[in-house]
Design a protein around this ligand. Structure first.
Ligand code: C2E
Ligand code: MG
Ligand code: MG
Ligand code: MG
Length: 284
């Protein structure tokens, strides 16, 4: 490596960029096909109460079963979709699929809890409330059955327009959750401006609990202030009983993480609901 010239270093770099651009393009066209080919699926990850251990809701997470590549992670294809604008079509599919599933559950007599769907900032335009109203009407899903997860980037965009759209969605009966909290640039004080009812503490702060002092301090600050703002607090990515116990001690309300369950196909989530599967919340 040390013997390489700057020039060859540059060549190597540009070739790599070229490869990445090609890979990007391929992913984009394959993703476009995936939408039509039924390669996309929604999985559901339960959110459980730290008080009762019961399932309070679930987050719908997109899965792409590629015929050759196998499961492609949303961490890989969502950024591509965001960049290309394909996220608008994907996002529409996700909302429709979540409503279709909620309707199927209702028709099967399954008492499904609120399902949270991730929204890209790109989906957040002034047409969104109308489009959602139309979808709810068409599918017979109640607005209370849908929660919308948004990210801090949207708040930072923070225009009056964004706030107006949020207010409309809330007035329609949908709840808004702020995803990945703590990773962006918004502050807790800033949150007051927005009609957000649920705060999701990002997994990156949960990982270090209860040993990393900084993570503990951050988690404590978030939970304390969010409670004062009367927000429901969900901790993401909880994997151990020790993390759970710590969060519970702070007064965090819900947990979403591998400790209880990964995201699972609809049928599996339905089975959990039917058997009323619970998290054991006794202290570790
Ligand atoms: P997110 O919305 O923050 O979703 C939580 C992610 O954390 C999920 O990853 C979930 O599987 C993972 N997770 C949950 N609990 C644990 C845990 O205990 N340990 C570990 N290691 N991971 C855990 P996933 O499904 O890979 O999704 C990644 C991201 O992709 C999501 O993060 C979200 O930003 C995006 N995404 C997924 N589906 C959609 C979608 O339908 N629309 C949009 N716009 N974005 C989506
Ligand atoms: Mg989310
Ligand atoms: Mg999240
Ligand atoms: Mg996250």
């Amino acid at each position: 490596k040390a013997g390489q010239s700057v020039e060859s270093g540059f060549l190597f770099y540009s070739e790599e960029m070229n490869l990445r651009a090609k890979e990007h393009l391929r992913l984009e066209s394959e993703l476009r096909q995936a939408l039509g080919n039924g390669e996309l699926q929604l999985y559901y990850q339960p959110k459980v109460s730290l008080r009762t251990g019961r399932i309070m809701g679930a987050e719908a997470l997109l899965r792409w079963r590629h015929p050759a590549r196998g499961m492609v992670s949303p961490g890989v294809f969502i950024p591509v979709a965001e960049e290309t604008g394909l996220i608008l079509e994907l996002g529409k599919w996700v909302l429709e699929e979540a409503c279709r599933q909620l309707t199927a559950w209702r028709e099967a007599g399954v008492q499904a809890p609120t399902i949270a769907v991730n929204l890209s900032g790109r989906q957040f335009d002034s047409q969104l409330p109308e489009r959602l109203a139309e979808l709810l009407e068409r599918s017979g899903v109640l607005p209370e059955q849908l929660m919308l997860e948004i990210t801090e980037s949207l708040l930072v965009r923070g225009t009056e327009n964004v706030i107006a759209i949020m207010n409309k969605l809330v007035a329609m009966g949908m709840a808004l959750a702020l995803d990945d909290f703590g990773t962006g640039y918004s502050s807790l004080a800033y949150l007051k401006k927005f009609p957000i009812s649920t705060l999701k503490i990002d997994r990156s702060f949960v990982i270090g609990l209860p040993d990393e002092e900084n993570d503990c301090a951050i988690a404590r600050a978030i939970v304390t202030m969010a409670r004062q703002l009367r927000q429901e607090i969900v901790a993401e990515g909880v994997e151990t009983p020790e993390q759970m116990a710590f969060l519970r001690g702070l007064g965090c309300h819900q947990l979403q993480g591998f400790l209880f369950s990964q995201a699972v196909p609809a049928a599996e989530f339905e089975a959990m609901l039917r058997e009323d599967r619970r998290l054991t919340v006794e202290m570790a």
